[in-house]
Design a protein around this ligand. Sequence first.
Ligand code: GDP
Length: 453
Amino acid sequence: MSGNETIAALATPPGVGAISIIRISGPESLAIADRVFRCRGPGLSARPHGTFVVGRVEGSEGFLDEAVALIFRAPSSYTREDVVEIQCHGGRESSRRVLRAVLESGARLAEPGEFTRRAFLNGRLDLTQAEAVMDLIAAQSDRAAAAAAEQLRGGLRRSLDAIYEQTVAAAADLEAGLDFLDQDEVPEGLPQSAADRIETALKEIRLLLSTWDEGHRLREGALVVISGRPNVGKSTLMNALLGRPRAIVTPIPGTTRDILEETLILDGVPVRLVDTAGLRVTDCAIEKEGIARARALLAEADLRLHLIEARSEMSKEDYEALCCEDKQRYVIVRSKRDIGVHPNPKIPSEYTTICISAKTGDGLEQLIQTIKDKISNRILSPPNSVISERHRLLLVEAERELEYGKNALNEQKDPTIPITHLRSAAEAIGKTTGKIYHEDLLNQVFSRFCVGK
Ligand code: GDP
């Protein structure tokens, strides 16, 4: 990929719509647009930044569409290059014809994320902001979008830049100390100021890492797992919560052989709702596999809805299933209350218990409210949260290197040792924002983008 080439792509989703936008970016974008766009008066390349022009698009086969062209001159554009956006009529074929005319006139089809990659390389965005663009596009809920928007505004970048500066300054303090080694008079303040800076950086990193649990739940969704013995009504409850049939419901125990997952949005938080295979001893290999996966999901669940029939009391298996220490992470759902309610089901009083009938809808509202309350207790929507696994891993690496640096400094070892660790920490932080990058890192980040972004 060369920044000197002019690239083009469809920036709107392919398919039927009122308009489609073909975006062209690069040094030749105005000249290329001139070749396909006809309008009254001067051509697009003779017009100033910030104008829009009504005209028509013509290709080798003649008239293609009526369109509007928007002109953004460098550096006042998304990519900081000359950009022309042609708005033509929506529709898969018509927009493709306009794009083809643009490509035939000298542009190259953009790679996924190439516009944003250029925006990054040209200094308009840092890497966390570039990634936020994709997260904003992919956000499944209001609060996930808000977290991505905050990152796009540069909230995370500012925190990371401050940590980077502290780390680099700590290394510089120690390096300055090296100059005095021969003279036996290292200025007193230098190691202390380095130690203080390391402490500040560590504190900031830990603060950011503490937001990860909530931040990534906002992005990926809180995990709510429905458990219980076969035939207690798990699939029926899942369907009732989703408001549409998804799981197969039959009176034969063990119907739900695999794990079904659906996303539900509750109060702006995506919830991954999972119906597990009936937990029971079985010889069926497929069912066994389902049970193993169910156990793994149960272990990582943010909330478990454990079902027992309202007409029954807790069984030995039910007691065994409530294995997690944190009782707040359970709701015991007494199902099928329309066919009977046991007066003394022997449910330990520490558990939240709700009696429902998925068939009549009784108790469902209360159950949904309880799920919302329990989940929002776990997701507080921090203003500046770490929502990307890539950032988290780099922060963990930086934290470890800073710890090593701090210990080496305390042990008054060879001063080059803490310096090496501090440099590694700075490098890890630099990779989060893209202060330090290499081709592979950019390929990794931008490969998950869509074409046209
Ligand atoms: P699972 O094996 O736990 O997923 O249970 P299912 O959801 O497949 O339900 C087993 C049987 O119980 C089916 O015949 C359902 O129609 C029935 N069932 C589920 N919920 C209710 C309910 O609220 N009331 C009544 N009467 N039957 C229910």
